[in-house]
Write a protein that binds this ligand. Structure first.
Ligand SMILES: C[S@@+](CC[C@H](N)C(=O)[O-])C[C@H]1O[C@@H](n2cnc3c(N)ncnc32)[C@H](O)[C@@H]1O
Length: 222
């Protein structure tokens, strides 16, 4: 399938590479991560906290950016949120639609969302900024700031570190892509510079197959 670049005609090579990789692994990624949330009480607690704060803001649209097969999108919908999902990979979007036919999913990029200014109350970026190089994070946060309402909530989750890893294999496939283990201090600083107030910082130790601690930030759009 040929898909026009969602970042424009000069799409950075790492974006094309990330899309190709996730298109390749989409079906197996969805299968392997099925049930992961049920085994992750901290993840559910943070998502529940986010959902309650969105309701306290009066509800309103929430978008799961880099939604993959929609496992977090589906959970947020079950919590009662008006949520949709956006992902770079058409393969992931197809998998999300198949698994959650009642939720709206579309292809799109974190760096250029097809959403009006100040149109969403909440944004979840669950392990999706991990393929954005640190130098490009300010552009992504500026785009999230643009689409969010004042006081809206942003919840990014990512592997913590401060270094990058090149993968040649993933989810049983030969694929090449880069994963950035962002430094939580750096991400929190960029969010503050980008007009967000970081209100919660959580980090937990690596468990099971994980190689690094996991970081979760909750920020309010100023
Ligand atoms: C590790 S998966 C996480 C998927 C999902 N959030 C979850 O927790 O299962 C990363 C996802 O982010 C998407 N992604 C990576 N870079 C993106 C970008 N620049 N714009 C939109 N989606 C992106 C990938 O296509 C992939 O589906």
């Amino acid at each position: 399938m040929t898909v026009p670049p969602v970042d424009g005609p000069t799409e950075p090579p790492h974006v094309t590479e990330t899309r190709t990789a996730y298109d390749t692994v989409a079906v197996d990624y969805a299968r392997l991560l099925e049930g992961e949330l049920a085994r992750s009480p901290l993840d559910r607690a943070l998502l529940g906290h986010f959902a309650e704060l969105v309701e306290l803001e009066g509800g309103g649209p929430v978008v799961d950016v880099g939604c993959g097969p929609g496992r977090i999108t589906g959970h947020l919908a079950a919590l009662g949120l008006d949520v949709s999902g956006i992902d770079l990979s058409p393969g992931m979007v197809a998998e999300a639609r198949r698994r959650h036919p009642d939720i709206d999913f579309s292809t799109g990029s974190l760096a250029a969302l097809d959403l009006p200014d100040a149109s969403v109350t909440g944004v979840v970026a669950w392990y999706s900024i991990i393929h954005t190089p640190p130098a490009s994070l300010p552009q992504v946060f500026a785009e999230l700031h643009r689409v969010m309402r004042p006081n809206g909530l942003l919840l990014p989750a990512f592997q913590a570190g401060g270094f990058s890893v090149r993968h040649e294999q993933a989810y049983g496939h030969t694929v090449t892509f880069e994963a950035h283990r962002h430094d939580p201090d750096h991400v929190a600083g960029l969010l503050a510079q980008g007009g967000f107030r970081v209100t919660v910082r959580t980090e937990r130790a690596a468990q099971d197959y994980e190689k690094t601690p996991q970081a979760f930030l909750l920020a309010r759009r100023g």
